[in-house]
Design a protein around this ligand. Structure first.
Ligand code: B12
Ligand code: SF4
Length: 451
């Protein structure tokens, strides 16, 4: 039996194909490969950088689906189905809106694949593939498997190994798809499994793609203690409440943490309350002043993630958010338009208020473009929101801003390695800002294949 794994791209640019030059290993597919019995041949095709050989012989095609790749995933599935090859889908979007995804595949896995994947493969062999498999969320994620990384070779991924210590997060930010997926729970792998996985590969630079690696302080400390002897460097995502636990922070830094993606979201206390991001209530009079000073003291290079388009936002307040990010000399920052992902509390609220554009299904709509506003904001037009968010990305990633932000002695200038990372990735992300803006979802009407 042969299994083909597919990572779909977002879509295409107006007059050319889009190749993601900052692409990373698709970890979920490495895990699916590892869960597959050894007598099954496994191949991976990454639509972000290569053509999908639809006519190559295979017995089953498995496609991972996020909301922003759903349209492309459905196109790919349709191509294989036309050739009589069964397709199975799973991932974030499949959990959020299974009834839609089920229409585009022969079999759907809802939830983490681990508990049901082996059964699905056996059913496929026996030609009794079921229409839907519901996975009960395992308390211990990833079972005891280690992702198969041999399938990533030669695809030009960034030289950083992706892995997970935990999945989910116990916070309930109103816009967060992950919080819905994991029902606001947080699940950790045994530390020894994580250490085994790190030892199984050669890289010393790791990205823990946890939703919130510090969600459980004590479990995180256990991990960090075990990482210290490995002398690795790592990055991850974490929530701001970590700063209230100096022991946690000390262990984090000692274990090789270079920095974290932190959801700052907004510099307006009212927006923070409205989105239920209570862990961001600032401990200082001036919003985030104390937190930023602490992050500098710990020498962490911060990727500050902002969401723009909240009910309290105006064009001016969003512009001020960008000024704040540049003045704070963050290493990286994201200015994501507030997106109503299906079945999130935000989606339901905006639906009730009749404020969803694109028939409430932006991810399927022909006219929707990546990074465009898909809601009716309170204090600006949708186009104004699209434009100011793009302007923030442009400005934050401009050569002048890259130069200014580099001059932060305790973070970006801390060591030659830190400065090198800064100078390597800032121009790369700048390029992606322009390439990604306004991508069409799917390749429909576009040319098939890689650029
Ligand atoms: C790492 C990460 C990234 C990395 C990308 C890594 C990569 N390899 O390319 C970076 C930082 C670049 C990134 C970028 C973005 N991301 Co991101 N990212 C994540 C994160 C934190 C982890 C994903 C991951 O690898 N998880 C580990 C694997 C093992 O878990 P998993 O994907 O859940 O897979 C399991 C199951 O879902 C299931 N499964 C998954 N696929 C399949 C397929 C089949 C066939 C089956 C049966 C089962 C199955 O089984 C797997 C094993 O248990 C998730 C959060 C999350 N919890 O998913 C957000 C997340 C996926 N990202 C999100 C978003 C919005 C984005 C951006 C659009 C942000 C932006 N505005 O720019 C961009 C777009 C990326 C792009 N394509 O250009 C959202 C997506 C929401 C949604 N509804 O789709 C998420 C969920 C974050 C959130 N909290 O809302 N991201
Ligand atoms: S802290 Fe982050 S991962 Fe947790 S619910 Fe909020 S946005 Fe989602």
């Amino acid at each position: 039996m042969k299994l083909t794994l597919i990572k779909p791209n977002i879509g295409r640019r107006e007059h050319s194909l889009y190749v993601d030059e900052a692409r990373m290993e698709p970890l979920p597919l490495g895990i699916l490969a590892a869960l597959t019995p050894p007598d099954v041949e496994v191949v991976l095709y990454d639509d972000r950088c290569e053509a999908i050989p639809y006519d190559e012989k295979t017995d089953l095609v498995a496609i991972t689906v996020e909301t922003f790749t759903a349209r492309r995933a459905y196109e790919i599935s349709a191509e294989f189905k036309q050739r009589g090859i069964p397709t199975v889908m799973g991932g974030m979007h499949a959990m959020l809106i299974p009834e839609e995804v089920a229409q585009h595949c022969d079999s759907l896995i809802v939830g983490d694949a681990e508990p049901v994947w082996a059964q699905m493969i056996e059913d496929c062999r026996a030609e009794h593939l079921q229409k839907r498999y519901d996975a009960v969320q395992p308390v211990c994620p990833q079972g005891n498997v280690i992702a198969r990384r041999d399938i990533f070779e030669g695809k030009g991924y960034l030289p950083i190994t992706l892995l997970q210590f935990s999945r989910g997060c116990s916070h309930k930010c109103s816009f967060c798809a992950s919080s819905v997926y994991f029902k606001a729970h947080h699940y950790c792998r045994p530390v020894e499994d994580v250490i085994r996985e790190i030892r199984s590969q050669k890289r010393r630079l790791l990205f823990f793609v946890d939703d919130n690696i510090v969600c459980n302080h004590e479990r995180a400390k256990e991990l960090f203690r075990a990482l210290i002897p490995l002398k690795i460097r790592w990055v991850s995502q974490g929530s701001m409440d970590m700063l209230r636990d100096p022991e946690l922070m000390e262990l984090m830094v000692k274990s090789g943490c270079l920095g974290l993606v932190i959801g700052f979201e907004s510099i307006s206390p009212q927006n923070i309350e409205d989105m239920h991001k209570f862990q961001n209530r600032s401990g200082s009079g001036e919003m985030y002043a104390r937190e930023i000073e602490q992050l500098r003291q710990w020498g962490l290079q911060t990727w500050a993630a902002f969401t723009v388009g909240h009910d309290g936002d105006t064009v001016e307040s969003i512009r001020a958010t960008c000024d704040f990010a540049i003045e704070s000399k963050f290493t990286f920052a994201a200015f994501n338009i507030l997106m109503p992902y299906p079945n999130t509390p935000l989606y339901e609220k905006l639906k009730r208020e009749d404020r969803l554009l694109y028939d409430g299904k932006w991810w399927l709509h022909e006219d929707y473009r990546f990074n465009y506003c898909s809601i009716v904001p309170r204090h600006m037009t949708p186009d104004e929101l699209t434009e100011i968010a793009f302007d923030c990305r442009r400005r934050f990633n401009s050569p002048g801003s890259i130069f200014t932000r580099a001059l932060e002695p305790r973070t970006n200038l801390r060591t030659p390695y830190r400065l090198m990372t800064y100078l390597l990735y800032n121009p790369l992300f700048r390029k992606e800002v322009f390439k990604k803006q306004g991508l069409h979802f799917g390749l429909k009407d576009g040319q098939e294949g890689s650029a």
